[in-house]
Structures are given as structure tokens and as C-alpha cells.
Design a binder for this molecule. Sequence first.
Ligand SMILES: NC(=O)c1ccc[n+]([C@@H]2O[C@H](COP(=O)([O-])OP(=O)(O)OC[C@H]3O[C@@H](n4cnc5c(N)ncnc54)[C@H](OP(=O)(O)O)[C@@H]3O)[C@@H](O)[C@H]2O)c1
Length: 398
Amino acid sequence: MIKKKKILSILGSTGSIGVNTLELVRRNPDKFRVKALCAGSNVRKLATQIKEFSPALVSVKDEASLKALKKILGRGAGQRAYKITLLCGEEGAKKAATMAGVDTVVSAIVGAAGLVPTLAAIKKGRVVALANKETLVIAGEMVMKAVRKYGAKLIPVDSEHSAVYQAMKGHKKKDVKRIILTASGGALRSLPLSKLKNVTPAQALKHPNWDMGERITIDSATLMNKGLEVIEARWLFGLNLDKIDVVVHPESTIHSMVEFCDGSIMAQMGSSDMKGPISYAIGFPERVQGAKDPLTLSGKLLSFKDVDEKRYPALNLACHALTLGGSAPAVLNAADEVAVSAFLKGRIAFTSIVKVVEDVLKEHKVVKVKTIKDVISADGWARVEATRLIKTESKRYK
Ligand SMILES: NC(=O)c1ccc[n+]([C@@H]2O[C@H](COP(=O)([O-])OP(=O)(O)OC[C@H]3O[C@@H](n4cnc5c(N)ncnc54)[C@H](OP(=O)(O)O)[C@@H]3O)[C@@H](O)[C@H]2O)c1
């Protein structure tokens, strides 16, 4: 039987996940084809991708990026030669997410900006390879309702959730005692606590095991990323918080585990290369041969330890936001996006990232989240509040 090529729409094509996805397409032209690309403002990289993958539709963040992209494409062969529809903004991203003829939408925009296009793809009943964890963090209950209502399929790209997804295959949810998400501990895991305050962005961006975008790398150093992943897992797998554990596993060899009621633990292992979980999601239900380098087992150590709450207060804070429910996780996420960006610009200390998020959350009056407007409103409030606090309390956060 001749298998049909999978047609992809890649949202966030210029980012770390997007580039890895395109590498898989490049290596497997018989399996995948790109129909739509969506990115932010890195129009140089996007133009190169357009030339190589010839998508039918391309969207960028805003008018300024669209103008810059048109200027680049206008040179040389000329834009018409590529026969593409060029769009921008949220509407453009939605068009890329819902384009006819697309089998799988790779949702890999960073941050809350990923929610609207991802939800649009879900409402079209698409298969979504979900890297944008923020979609489930900020609107998990609503998004999972839409998945059921529109018959969409969410396949996780986050390596931890991909591991759990794979380990659960063929098992009954009622037999799951708990899932165990592994955390590397991030770039600063060995630094004495007393030195954390003064770390530079360059230090915090040196992840020991994974090569990822800036926000997720900083979030890995604070462990906020694991907190967001706990919230993501809660909705994706429909498990309560008491069934989701986190363990520090510095080697990142085991990507996560599922413990069953009989005491058996299924662990999914592999090299630290996102092409593994991405290929699983875009190739599903087939596996993509040679998607990533094999893991050398000989001499490999596997070690585990409990999360040090003093070093990583972000994990408890994220679980607290999940327990508060309603708009709290959206506020947590938005405040973290602002705080991480402020740290990267040298405006606040590394240890103040979590303080800012905690302070914003304290000020927030939790409301129910029923519509996308409710999420956007909570997100917007948190961004304004976090920005205000960082400005007015600058001495305290430095
Ligand atoms: N990287 C990983 O290994 C990894 C692992 C697990 C999960 N994830 C999740 O995957 C998502 C992407 O992470 P990443 O590390 O790939 O991030 P990244 O490298 O920072 O890339 C982010 C992508 O989003 C695009 N973007 C940002 N704002 C946009 C907007 N308003 N409209 C359209 N596109 C926009 C960026 O475009 P420009 O660059 O052109 O501005 C870029 O293509 C995050 O949710 C992250 O938590 C990532």
C-alpha cells in the first residue's frame, strides 16, 4: 500500500521546535510536506524556509514583519515565483492553523500567543502536534472540551508528555497510579543557592541537556517549566494533581514515567533530541525511522532525587495556581513570560522571576474561565501588573 504524505502546517517555524520539525521534513520528503508556515518576526530565517519548502501560505506576527518579509522575497526570484499567500497577525496565524488539506498542525509558537491559532485548529477537528504547552496551561479545561466536541486529536510534543503518552498506550487509565515527570534541574542545578541571585542570562541559558528556545530554557532553570508541564499533564491526561509527581533526573535519559496500580513503572528513554517526540507526534501512528540519534546505554547512569523546594519555589507556585483554578494559571503564565523577558534584559535578578510571578498572583482575584475572552483578559491583566511591579519595585527585584 502506498502511504499518503502527511501535510503539515507549522506554527512557530523559525523557533527551536519549528526548525527541528523542518529538519524531519527535509530528511523524510516521502513522508511529509509543508503547506503553511507561521512565525513571529525572524523574517530572514522564514524567507530561507519559504525558498526551501515552498509553502502555499505564510503568516508573520504583524504588519511590520510582513513588510520586511515581502521586501526580502521581492528580491531575487521575486515573491510571485513562490505562489504564496502572505498574511499577518492573529488572523493570519488562524488561517495557517486551519488551512484546508492540512493533516497535522504543529503548534510551536512560544507563549500565550499560541492559544488562539491552536484552538482554531482544534475547532477544525485537526490533529495537533502540541508543543505550545501554554495552550493547556492557560485554558486547559476549555481546550479539552473543544478537543472532545470537534473530534480533534492532541499529540504532545513536550518530551515528558510524549513519554507518558507512549507509556500509557495499551493501558487503562484506571490502572494508572501516578505519572512521574522528570526534570533535569536546568542550567543552575549545581550552583550554590547563595549565588543564584547574581547569575547572568548567559549562565541561565546554558541548559545541560537540551537545546531549546530562550523562555523554556530559563523556565527550566527555575523549574517553572516543570510547573507548567504539571498543569499541561493535568488536562492532557485528565489526572488530578495528586497523581502527578516530579522527580529530578539530571541525565534526562528517561523522559518521564507512568506507575501502574500493580507497582510496575513504564519509562520512556532516548537521547535528548526533540526530533524524537516531534517525529512521534507528526508521524503518528507510524514511527519515523532514524528520527534521532540512538541512545548509547553502555556506561549510562540513571539517578533520581526529590525536588529541592528552596532551590525551585516555582514548582509549588505553579501547583498552587492549578489548585486555585479559573484564571490563575493564565496569570501565572503571563507574569512568568514578562518576568523571564525582564531577566533576559537584565532588569531583574534571576531569583526575582518567581517573586514577580508570586506577587502578581497574590494581587489577582481569580475568576472563572469560560471563554477565550476570559483567558485573554486575565493574561492581559497579569502582563500589565507584572510590568508595573517590575518598574515600581525595581530595587526589590534587582
Ligand atoms: N524547544 C524545545 O525543545 C521545546 C520542548 C518542549 C516544549 N516546547 C514548547 O514549544 C513552544 C515553542 O518553544 P521553542 O523553544 O521552539 O521557542 P522559540 O525557539 O522561542 O520559538 C518560538 C517561535 O514562536 C514564534 N512566535 C513568537 N511569537 C509569535 C507570534 N505572536 N505569532 C507567530 N509566531 C510567533 C517565533 O517566531 P520568530 O522567532 O520568527 O519571532 C518562533 O518561531 C513553547 O511553548 C515551548 O514551551 C519547546
